[in-house]
Design a binder for this molecule. Structure first.
Ligand code: 2AL
Length: 243
């Protein structure tokens, strides 16, 4: 069993935008235990931002490559820092270390602190991705609504996009209309906003990067690894395109 101080977490941004990886790694380190080391990695192939099914599909291979790199470096756990959790189950097949998706982590965290939550994501076209995940993760009883602010992922850090104000308005609408006790932020690029929004709104606002990092620490601390019995066993040896 590892102590907190021994843990290295591989936080992978599956989109190709380095500035976003920096924001994510900073948020991950800020939420991590004092002596947990965060390694931020960026996918080298795929898309600049992930905002649809096609982007998710082409991002998956780049993501898997960074899982493999993290394993080679001896990381104790992996975090997929994109709200669609692209390639999550494939990553769990590839690695024996725990792999957490930020959507799955955020929804579980929300369900621990509120009976109902809503998700506030980026573009409307990505809502269906979050809705599918809600069903896949058995969260239909907890998630009241998936909302979108129609800000593109790569505009989130642009001052002229006024993201804080737009998110606050959407969260306030969710609070008034959805019968919820918590908000889940639906993009890794919103990681730096959760704390401030939570203070402003007076309810838990959950960033999946922080939640996944803390859950990863807990799983490593418990000595739990990804099961290699059944569907998450290492991929069968066969002819394949190398990663
Ligand atoms: C995301 C995310 O977290 N990173 C990315 O590129 N796209 N999710 C989203 N809903 O826009």
């Amino acid at each position: 069993m590892s102590r907190d101080s021994d843990i290295t977490i591989n936080v992978i941004n599956p989109n190709m935008t380095e500035t976003m990886t920096e924001l994510i790694a900073k948020a991950a380190q800020a939420s991590a235990g004092q002596r947990t080391r965060i390694v931020g990695r960026t996918a080298r192939t795929g898309a600049a931002s992930i905002e649809g099914h096609y982007d998710e599909a082409i991002a998956a291979v780049g993501l898997l490559r960074e899982v493999q790199a993290g394993d080679a470096d001896g990381c104790h756990a992996h975090v997929i820092a994109c709200f669609g959790d692209p390639g999550l189950l494939a990553a769990r097949e590839l690695s024996a270390a725990p792999v957490l998706g930020i959507a799955e982590a955020a929804m579980h965290a929300a369900s621990f602190v509120a009976t109902h939550f809503s998700i506030v994501t980026t573009l409307s076209r990505t809502k269906v991705i979050a809705e599918h995940l809600v069903r896949n993760y058995g969260m239909e009883h907890h998630c009241r609504k998936v909302r979108a602010v129609d800000v593109a992922v790569l505009d989130l850090d642009k001052p002229e996009a006024h993201v804080r104000g737009i998110l606050l308005d959407e969260c306030r609408d969710a609070l008034r209309q959805d019968g919820i006790g918590a908000i889940v932020l639906g993009c890794a690029g919103m990681a730096d906003l959760a704390r401030d929004l939570s203070t402003e709104l007076g309810i838990p606002v959950i960033d999946g990067v922080a939640a996944a990092v803390r859950f990863a620490e807990a799983l490593v601390g418990l000595g739990l690894k990804t099961s290699k019995h059944g569907d998450l066993a290492f991929p069968l040896p066969k002819v394949r395109t190398p990663l």
